[in-house]
Write a protein that binds this ligand. Structure first.
Ligand SMILES: Cc1ncc(C[n+]2csc(CCOP(=O)(O)OP(=O)(O)O)c2C)c(N)n1
Ligand code: SF4
Ligand SMILES: [Mg+2]
Length: 765
C-alpha cells in the first residue's frame, strides 16, 4: 500500500502528497503511466526502480511485464524489441549499465522508436565508484535520444509523464532519457505530489500511436534494412529534424503539463536571473544548492543567479543565449570531464551557444566538480560565485578551466602497511598430489589431512568486510590450501571484489585484477596469452614443467549472466585458466536481486512475493552443463560444505589449467543475507541443497560425467521441500497455494538429476 498522507489539489488534476525518493518517484510514475514492458538489469543506484516495481507488482498495483535481462545490453535489446511492438516501454540504469547499453541507443533513435529510460546518474569506471556524477549521461549526448533532467524526486516523477508525450509526438518519435542525480536524488526522500486520477492521467497521456509496428500482420514492415550512402545522410537529416521538432514540442508539452499538474517546467530553469550580473550554470541537484547561496549573496547586494537546463538534448541553445545575454561572468560547473577539451560537455556547449551571439561579452569559466559523489556544498557554490564576481569586476578570467576540490596527494604518505605480498614458496606445501592415471585417462588426487592444511598461510589476508557467515571466504581459503605456485586472480564485480579491496587497501597478497563482470573472462584470457607469448620471446623466464602461473577468474553467479558471452568465448578458445564461480543465487553486491542461477519461486528484491507474484518465474540456469557442452578438459561443481571434494577438484582444475586449457567450476556458496537464514546455518542448508539433488556434486573430466556424491546411493536423499523450508526466502513455497509451484521445482530438480545420473553411469557420457 502507498503511504500517502493527505489529499490535495495543487493543480487542475487531483493529487496526493507522498514522501518518496527519486527512484520511488520514477517507479510510481511507471505504475501511473502503465507501461506495457520493462526490460532492466540491476545497477546501483538505479536498481530501486525495478525493485519498487517488483514489490508493487507482487501487491497487485500494476501489471507491467518486467523482464530481468542478462545484462544492460540485453535489457536495451529487450526494450527495443518491445517498443517495436507498439506499446509503452521503460528501462532504468546508471553508469556502466548505460555505457553497456550504449551500442543499442543509436539503433533505437536512428529507427525512431520511442521509449523512456530513467538514468540515475553515477560515475563511470574505472576506478569503480558507485556515487553520483554526470560522466555517464555525458556519454549518451550523441546517442540521438532526448534527455530531460530531473533535479528532485518531484521532477523525476513529472518528467516521466512529459517523456512519454514528447517521445511519442508524431513530429518527434524519439526515445527519451530522464536523468536524475544518483543517491542525491535517487535515494533522498522528499515530499512529492502524485496524481490521484487515473482517468485524467490516461487522457493526458493519450494512446501511443505508431505509424507502424512489428505486430501488425496486415502491414508487414522491414525495420532496419542496411542503408549506405547516399541514403544514410538523408536519414540522419530526418533524425536531426526530429530533434529540432523536439525544440518546439518540448515547451508545448511542458506547458500542457503545467496546466495538468500545476507544476511549471521550462527548458531551462532560471533562478533570479532577471537582472543577474553573474551566474552559475549547473545541472540538477547542485543547482538547487546554489539557489540558496544565491539568495544569501543577493542579500549582501550581489546580483547573482542560477541557470540550470531541464533539457540537455536538444540543447536549449537559444534559451541559454537569451538568459546570459547581459550576464558579465559565469562559472559553468561540470560533474564530468571531456578529457582534453578544457571543459566538460555542459561548459563546452554553453560556450558554443554564446559564441553564436556576436554581441555577447559574457566571461566563461569552466570547473569540473563533484566527481564520484564528492559533495557540492554551499561553500563550493559560494566559491564559484566569488570567482564569477571577481571576473565580472576585473573583466578578466584568470583560470579558464580547472578541477574544483581536487588536491595533490602526498607522495611520501603511501598506503597504510598491510600484510606483505606472499611468495609462492611460502604457500606451496604439497597439500595435494595430482597424478594422471594412464588407464582411466583421468587424474587422481591425494590430499594431506585437513589439520595439516591449517598451517598453510593464505594468499588472502585474514579478516574481511563481508557479512558474518559469508561462504565465499571458506571457499577461497580451501582453494588456496591446495593450489601450488604462482597465481594471478581476476575478480569480477561482486561481493568478493568489494569486500577484499577498497582503495588504498587490499586483502590480496598475490596479484589481483578487477574488471567489470561482463568482461573478466576475456580480460584474463588476454593476460594468459601475454604470459605465454612473453615466455616464448624470452622476456620472462619459462617455469619448470607443470609450474606455470595459474590464472583464476573468480566470479559470482551474476557474473555468469552478464559475463556469459565473454566466458563462452574464452571457453571456445580454450585458454589455460580457471573460471571459479561462487554461486550465492543472487546479485548480492547490489542488494539481492535475482540472478539466472536463482531457483524458481525464490524471493529476491526483483522477484518479490505477494498476492500477485510468487518469486522468480523461471528455473535456474544450469551453468555447469553449459560449460560441459563446450568440451572443456574439466568442469566441476562443489560446495564449501564438502572441503575434501572441493579441494580434490580445484587441484585437478589447476593441473588442467596449466597444461590443457580452460576449467570451469561452480561452488554453492552460503549467503545468509540472501537466503535469509541464521549466520551459522551454512552446514545444514548446504547439506540439504546437495542431499535434495538441487545442487549435485559432480565433475565432467575430458567429457565424462561422474557424480562424486550420490545421496540416493547412501540413503541420504532429502526432499526439495526440506531444503526450501530452511530458508526465509523460500518458506512461502511450502504454503498450500504454492503447491503447484513446489511441484514444478521438484520436477525440474528430479529431471536434471536423472539426466546427470544417466550420464554418470554411461561409459561414454
Ligand atoms: C555493466 C554493469 N551492470 C551492473 C553492475 C552492477 N553490479 C555490480 S556487481 C552486481 C551483481 C553481482 O552479482 P554476482 O556476480 O552474483 O556477485 P555477488 O554480488 O552475488 O557476489 C551488479 C548487478 C555493474 N557494475 N556493471
Ligand atoms: S551478501 Fe552474501 S555473498 Fe555478499 S558478503 Fe554478505 S554473505 Fe557474502
Ligand atoms: Mg551472486
Amino acid at each position: 500500500m502507498l503511504d500517502s498522507v493527505a489529499v490535495t489539489r495543487s493543480g487542475p488534476v487531483a493529487q496526493v502528497h507522498d514522501f518518496k525518493s527519486g527512484n520511488e518517484a520514477a517507479a510510481l510514475a511507471a505504475r501511473d503511466i502503465g507501461f506495457h514492458v520493462m526490460g532492466y538489469f540491476p545497477i546501483t543506484p538505479s536498481t530501486e526502480v525495478a525493485e519498487t516495481l517488483s514489490k508493487m507488482q507482487a501487491d497487485g498495483e500494476h501489471d507491467i511485464v518486467m523482464i530481468p535481462a542478462d545484462g544492460e545490453h540485453g535489457a536495451a535489446g529487450i526494450c527495443y524489441g518491445a517498443a517495436l511492438g507498439g506499446g509503452r516501454v521503460l528501462n532504468a540504469t546508471s553508469s556502466q549499465g548505460l555505457l553497456y547499453s550504449l551500442e543499442q541507443l543509436p539503433v533505437q533513435s536512428g529507427t525512431r522508436v520511442p521509449m523512456v529510460l530513467n538514468v540515475s546518474t553515477r560515475t563511470v569506471s574505472g576506478p569503480l565508484d558507485i556515487r553520483c556524477d554526470h560522466s555517464d549521461i555525458y556519454f549518451v549526448l550523441n546517442a540521438g535520444w532526448i534527455i530531460l533532467m530531473a533535479r528532485d524526486p518531484q521532477s523525476a516523477y513529472d518528467m516521466n509523464f512529459a517523456a512519454v508525450r514528447i517521445g511519442e509526438h508524431p513530429d518527434v518519435r524519439l526515445p527519451v532519457i530522464v536523468a536524475y542525480d544518483g543517491f542525491l536524488t535517487s535515494h533522498q526522500k522528499r515530499r512529492i505530489d502524485r496524481f490521484d486520477d487515473p482517468e485524467a492521467v490516461k487522457a493526458f497521456l493519450g494512446e501511443r500511436e505508431d505509424p507502424y509496428d512489428a505486430l501488425d500482420p496486415d502491414r508487414p514492415v522491414t525495420f532496419g534494412p542496411y542503408m549506405n550512402d547516399p541514403d544514410l545522410i538523408n536519414n540522419k537529416v530526418q533524425q536531426h529534424e526530429a530533434m529540432e521538432a523536439a525544440r518546439r514540442v518540448i515547451p508545448e508539452i511542458l506547458e500542457e503539463f503545467h496546466e495538468f499538474s500545476g507544476r511549471d517546467y521550462r527548458t531551462v530553469d532560471a533562478y533570479r536571473m532577471e537582472d543577474a550580473d553573474v551566474a552559475l550554470v549547473l545541472l540538477n541537484s547542485a543547482a538547487e544548492n546554489a539557489k540558496g547561496v544565491a539568495d544569501r549573496l543577493r542579500q549582501e547586494g550581489h546580483k547573482v543567479g542560477v541557470v540550470s537546463p531541464n533539457v540537455l538534448r536538444p540543447f536549449p541553445t537559444d534559451e541559454i543565449r537569451r538568459l546570459l545575454k547581459n550576464v558579465r561572468a559565469i562559472v559553468v560547473g561540470d560533474r564530468g570531464d571531456s578529457y582534453g577539451a578544457e571543459g566538460g560537455n555542459l561548459s563546452l556547449e554553453v560556450r558554443a551557444a554564446l559564441q553564436q551571439d556576436p554581441d555577447n561579452r559574457t566571461l566563461v569559466m569552466s570547473r569540473v566538480y563533484g566527481l564520484g559523489g564528492k559533495d557540492f556544498y554551499d561553500a563550493d557554490a559560494e566559491e564559484f560565485f566569488h570567482e564569477a564576481l571577481q571576473a565580472a569586476e576585473t573583466g578578466k578570467v584568470e583560470v579558464p578551466f580547472e578541477y574544483h576540490g581536487a588536491y595533490a596527494g602526498d607522495d611520501a604518505a603511501g598506503p597504510a602497511p598491510g600484510l606483505p605480498p606472499i611468495k609462492s614458496e611460502e604457500v606451496s606445501r604439497g597439500m595435494a598430489t595430482v597424478t594422471p592415471n594412464p588407464e582411466t585417462n583421468k587424474l587422481e588426487v591425494e590430499l594431506k589431512p585437513l589439520w595439516e592444511m591449517t598451517t598453510t598461510p593464505s594468499r588472502i589476508a585474514p579478516g574481511h568486510g563481508a557479512c558474518p557467515g559469508c561462504g565465499f571466504f571458506p571457499m577461497l581459503r580451501q582453494a588456496y590450501n591446495v593450489l601450488e605456485g604462482n597465481i594471478v586472480v581476476l575478480f569480477q564485480t561482486g561481493c568478493a571484489m568489494v569486500t577484499t579491496t577498497g582503495y588504498p587497501k587490499t586483502a590480496h597478497r598475490i596479484t589481483y585484477i578487477h574488471n567489470l563482470f561482463q568482461n573478466g573472462a576475456a580480460t584474463l584470457s588476454g593476460l594468459v596469452e601475454m604470459y605465454y607469448e612473453r615466455i616464448r620471446r624470452g622476456e620472462i623466464p619459462a617455469a619448470p614443467e607443470g609450474e606455470d602461473t595459474t590464472f583464476i577468474m573468480v566470479t559470482g553467479d551474476g557474473g555468469m549472466d552478464i559475463g556469459m558471452g565473454a566466458a563462452l568465448g574464452t571457453a571456445a578458445r580454450n585458454h589455460k585458466m580457471i573460471i571459479l564461480e561462487y554461486d550465492n543465487q543472487g546479485y548480492m553486491n547490489t542488494g539481492s536481486q535475482l540472478s539466472y542461477a536463482t531457483p524458481f519461486g525464490h524471493r529476491t528484491s526483483t522477484s518479490e512475493v505477494g498476492d500477485k507474484l510468487s518469486g522468480k518465474r523461471f528455473h535456474h540456469k544450469d551453468t555447469p552443463q553449459i560449460f560441459a557442452a563446450c568440451n572443456l578438459p574439466y568442469v566441476f561443481t562443489a560446495s564449501e560444505g564438502y572441503p575434501e571434494d572441493f579441494m580434490r577438484k580445484i587441484s585437478k582444475a589447476q593441473w588442467y589449467a596449466q597444461r590443457e586449457g580452460m576449467v570451469y567450476g561452480k561452488v554453492l556458496s552460503f549467503c545468509p543475507l540472501n537466503w535469509r537464514t541464521k549466520d551459522d546455518a551454512a552446514q545444514e542448508v548446504l547439506q540439504t541443497a546437495i542431499d535434495c539433488c538441487f545442487f549435485p556434486l559432480y565433475e565432467v573430466e575430458k567429457g565424462h560425467t561422474l557424480i562424486t556424491y550420490d545421496p540416493d546411493a547412501i540413503g541420504r536423499r532429502r526432499t526439495v521441500g526440506a531444503w526450501l523450508g530452511q530458508m526465509g526466502k523460500t518458506k512461502h513455497m511450502l504454503e498450500d497455494e504454492n503447491s503447484e509451484r513446489l511441484e514444478m521445482i521438484e520436477h525440474e530438480v528430479e529431471t536434471r538429476w536423472r539426466k546427470l545420473k544417466i550420464k554418470s553411469e554411461h561409459p561414454e557420457l
